[in-house]
Design a protein around this ligand. Structure first.
Ligand SMILES: Cc1cc2nc3c(=O)[nH]c(=O)nc-3n(C[C@H](O)[C@H](O)[C@H](O)COP(=O)(O)O)c2cc1C
Length: 211
């Protein structure tokens, strides 16, 4: 089993990476493999709502989003990390997730269905819980079970050395990794015991208009 750690920071080896690395270490201790996917620091467009992804299940902009979509199916779980920018997720990870998940929301078939997800937030000081709420909303709509820890998944620091000193934050990351591993093992055991995922109903899309 493998978990993909998506690093939504403009810094490849900054505070967000430091937190994700601690989650990875806990996953490795439970024999779960990991890979880190950095979304980079090049501009990422927001979604232009062209809905071409409904046909192709890829984005019209061929960048990190498609790179991610191409490998996503081979991972059993996901952790998405972001620093806080202006008390919310960064513009880049917001654009990235808007486009990545819309491809499966519109296209039929959902490569993320029942694959667990967690958000990890890094901040110097404030905006962490609002950002955590923001990322969890993607998972809620994509039917991705949300994995939690003993505290909300956050670390504090302006540089990686600060994050390492955030003992509670680092513990929160370790517990998150262990909880993710436990969930994946339970899901695997359920599959082996013949417990099937629920059948998907066709989409009902009402825009709040009743006939
Ligand atoms: C544009 C910008 C906005 C920021 N806004 C906040 C903020 O609202 N609250 C906060 O605590 N830190 C804020 N920070 C600091 C970062 O969230 C913090 O240093 C983070 O741990 C950096 O993670 P990274 O090394 O992975 O980029 C901001 C940083 C930048 C560059």
């Amino acid at each position: 089993m493998n978990v993909l750690l998506v690093n939504g920071s403009p810094h490849k080896e900054g505070c967000t990476h430091t937190a994700l690395a601690q989650v990875a270490e806990a996953l490795h201790q439970e024999q779960i493999g990991t890979a880190e996917f950095w979304i980079g620091n090049k501009p990422l467009s927001g979604c232009i709502a062209c809905k071409a992804c409904a046909q192709t299940r890829r984005c019209v902009f061929n960048d990190k989003v498609n790179e991610f979509l191409d490998i996503a199916s081979s991972y059993d779980g996901f952790v998405f990390g972001t620093p806080v920018h202006w008390a919310g997720a960064t513009g880049a990870i917001t654009s990235f997730l808007d486009r990545a998940f819309y491809a499966d929301l519109n296209g039929g078939g959902n490569r993320f269905l029942l694959r667990p997800a967690a958000a990890v937030i890094s901040a110097r000081r404030a905006g962490t819980t609002a950002t955590w709420d923001q990322l969890n909303k993607y998972f809620g709509l994509m039917q991705m079970p949300i994995i939690t820890s003993r505290y909300w998944n956050m670390v504090h620091g302006a540089k990686p050395e600060d994050v390492v000193k955030d003992a509670e934050g680092m513990q929160t990351m370790r517990i998150l990794g262990k909880n993710m591993a436990y969930f994946l093992k339970c899901k695997n055991a359920a599959q082996q015991a013949g417990v099937l995922p629920p059948e998907q109903e066709p989409f009902v899309f009402t825009n709040f208009i009743r006939e």
